[in-house]
Ligand binder design. Structure first.
Ligand code: PHE
Length: 443
């Protein structure tokens, strides 16, 4: 018998913890910044509601039916051992994400410590770019901080579902919600912040013509929700039959989206108020933002809070990805939870070395003109995640018999269920396929 969540709210907070992460703060801000702000937000919201939410429901229902690890759950759902392959692909994907995600999480921890000790503020003025470059190009430091946050994640996962994962999220997630709200209020009271709000909320309609917008918004929707990596399959495996999946999934999707928007309202108004560049790319949170903080009254007090938020949000997502693999190691390979957790942490550290060194020792190794980490991030978010989502949609929509699939998702034969099934069968697979093929230049 596998462990179960202690309470519905514990499950919801843990799942929101998985969804809310670097994707909502670091990635959302820079991808929205690069893709025109308001237009990006609208496209993103559209994908979350029509494709993301239905797929969260689908993953949770596969997971709960399997009541085990991801690989077993796919076998049960597909009705034959062949479907295990999708489970293994997703576990591999989760390890791959974790390998570079933990590098950026490590940067956040390093910045938190630097902001707290004052080290970060000493190199004032225009030097933040050099500070950041100096840190990420070091041959050892990024690995150290990556290992540190991975070990913390390992401790939590080794603690188990209720005593480790659920307990941490019950404390951390409400706290992170309060912090991000507080930061947004602070940012919105700055003189000149209105331009940042307009940038994020007022769409410039002409930008809808750009094809790259759609791939970026779809990739971000998948990444931010945490879809396609079997996190919901795994967390759904510990869910009791009495929790209704659609309501829980809607709460999680809404929580993740609101978090991203509020984080955007903390970042963009400050960036605009002080004349920063919203399209600064992945450096936005680590270079532009600290520079801005230093120019603000109270900025050096806000700094540690912001980087704590970033580190803690990353931690709860890393835990969910780790759990995907640890559940498989324990159910399919018979490893005890404790041993399984440390074995997976070691594998992820080894896999993560190229990412950790991709601006240092390996800076010369470039693919498509980009460093290794940027390539993995884009390949995973824009292709691997949507592709796994497509496979889940085919399995849940077409392979499983209609009434059973509706019952597994707690819809029954209702009109809402019909809308959900229409998205899973038609809208989601077609939209994903068209966007992927277009971006590969096939159609
Ligand atoms: N959703 C997480 C974030 O926004 C990242 C993640 C992706 C987590 C895929 C799990 C699975 O940072």
């Amino acid at each position: 018998m596998v462990e179960q969540w202690k309470s519905r709210s514990g499950f919801i907070l843990a799942t929101i913890g998985a969804a809310v992460g670097l994707g909502n703060i670091w990635r959302f801000a820079y991808v929205a910044g690069e893709n025109g702000g308001g237009v990006f937000l609208m496209t993103y919201l559209f994908f979350v509601a029509l494709i993301g939410l239905p797929l969260v429901i689908a993953e949770l229902s596969i997971g709960r039916r399997g009541a085990s690890d991801t690989v077993t759950a796919f076998e049960v759902a597909g009705g034959s051992t062949r479907w295990r392959l999708i489970g293994w692909i997703m576990v591999g994907g989760a390890l791959l994400i974790l390998s570079y995600y933990s590098v950026i999480a490590g940067w956040a921890v390093r910045y938190f410590v630097g902001a707290l000790s004052g080290d970060l503020w000493q190199d004032a003025g225009e030097k933040y770019g050099a500070y950041f470059e100096g840190f990420i190009s070091n041959d050892f430091e990024p690995l150290f901080w990556q290992a540190l946050i991975l070990i913390v994640s390992g401790v939590v996962v080794a603690g188990g579902i209720q005593k480790g994962i659920e307990r941490l999220n019950l404390v951390l997630m409400p706290l992170l919600g309060l912090i991000v709200l507080g930061l947004a209020v602070f940012s919105l009271t700055l003189p000149g912040s209105g331009a940042g709000v307009r940038f994020l909320l007022a769409p410039d309609w002409s930008a809808f013509g750009r094809p790259s917008l759609y791939l970026a918004a779809l990739g971000q929707a998948f990444f931010s929700l945490g879809l396609g990596m079997a996190v919901f399959v795994t967390y759904g495996g510990y869910l009791s039959a009495s929790t209704r999946i659609p309501g829980a999934a809607a709460t999680v999707a809404a929580g993740d989206t609101v978090f991203a928007i509020v984080a955007g309202l903390a970042i963009f108004p400050a960036v605009f108020a002080l004349g920063g560049d919203p399209a600064a790319g992945p450096r936005l949170a680590f270079v532009v933002f600290p520079q801005i903080l230093l120019q603000l009254p109270g900025g050096t007090f806000i700094g540690p809070i912001f980087f704590f938020l970033l580190s803690a949000a990353a931690l709860t997502s890393m835990i969910s990805l780790l759990e995907v693999a640890v559940a498989c190691a324990s159910h399919r390979m018979g490893l005890a939870r404790n041993r399984g957790s440390w074995a997976i942490v070691a594998i992820v550290l080894a896999l993560g070395v190229p990412s950790a060194l991709s601006y240092g020792m390996l800076a010369e190794v470039k693919l498509l003109g980009q460093p290794i980490l940027d390539n993995i991030d884009q390949a995973v978010s824009n292709f691997v995640l949507p592709l796994s989502g497509l496979l889940v949609a085919v399995l849940v929509g077409w392979r499983i018999e209609r009434l059973r699939t509706l019952a597994d998702a707690d819809f029954g034969d209702t009109w809402l269920g019909a809308v959900w099934l229409w998205s899973i069968r038609t809208l989601a697979p077609i939209t994903i396929a068209v966007i992927l093929l277009r971006s590969l230049g096939v159609v």
